[in-house]
Design a binder for this molecule. Structure first.
Ligand SMILES: [Fe+2]
Length: 213
């Protein structure tokens, strides 16, 4: 078996994305992105790792024997870490804290592909909904944490204005958050119904009313 010399993987120099000379940052910066989540687990540790590896089509970068698994889905070294906490207590049903994590995809086709694969693995969504601003499939991981896979229904700029001015207006509230049937969504998508219909809040409401979604 080849042995790895850990120091071979230590770069010679640090190489940050950018170095700002002192005094050049003159305004409060905002983060560039959400980098990672740490999730505590216990009895379901292996199932949790499997869930996130499957959901993200992920790479496991590092497993530490003391109960840390570093999982990533892109060029970053970790996006989710599952951390073993022996004897830790489960969250109560009615808790204060983070409600869910949401991951955006690039198309309805991708969301549907994820849904179909997750279903094959036995993970059924707990809620499939057109929020108006987004089309979302919600899951629970093996410990019960909610994970949303979603797609913005408009460009980011339009979605922001939709949220700011239209969502929760009287006209919107009259239609609400329609829950759709995921398998009917797959059928409509695969039979050629365009995304412009399947992502549209009003169209989705009408399709549900007619028993087609
Ligand atoms: Fe959400």
């Amino acid at each position: 078996m080849d042995t790895v010399n850990p120091t071979d993987f230590r770069p010679d120099n640090v190489a940050p994305i950018r170095s700002d000379p002192p005094g050049t940052v003159k305004a409060m910066p905002s983060p560039t992105k959400l980098h990672h989540l740490h999730i505590f687990s216990d009895e379901n540790y292996d199932k949790m790792v499997e869930f996130y590896q499957r959901l993200f089509n992920a790479e496991i970068v590092r497993v530490n024997p003391n109960g840390l698994t570093f999982i990533t889905y892109d060029d970053h070294d970790h996006r989710v870490v599952i951390i073993k906490r022996p004897g830790a207590e489960k969250k109560p049903d009615n808790f204060i804290g983070v409600s869910h994590q949401a991951y955006c995809y690039s198309s309805l086709g991708e969301l549907i592909y994820v849904y179909k694969r997750m279903k094959e693995w036995g993970y059924d969504p707990i809620w499939t909904v057109n929020h108006g601003n987004s089309t979302s499939f919600y899951y629970k991981d093996p410990d019960g944490n909610q994970v949303e896979t979603m797609l913005d229904n408009f460009s980011p700029a339009d979605t922001k204005e939709y949220k700011r001015h239209y969502q929760w207006s009287e006209e919107f509230s009259a239609m609400g958050n329609p829950t759709f049937d995921a398998d009917k969504m797959v059928e409509l998508y695969e039979s050629g119904t365009p995304d412009s219909v399947l992502l549209d809040h009003t169209e989705v409401c009408n399709l549900i009313r007619d028993g087609k979604l």
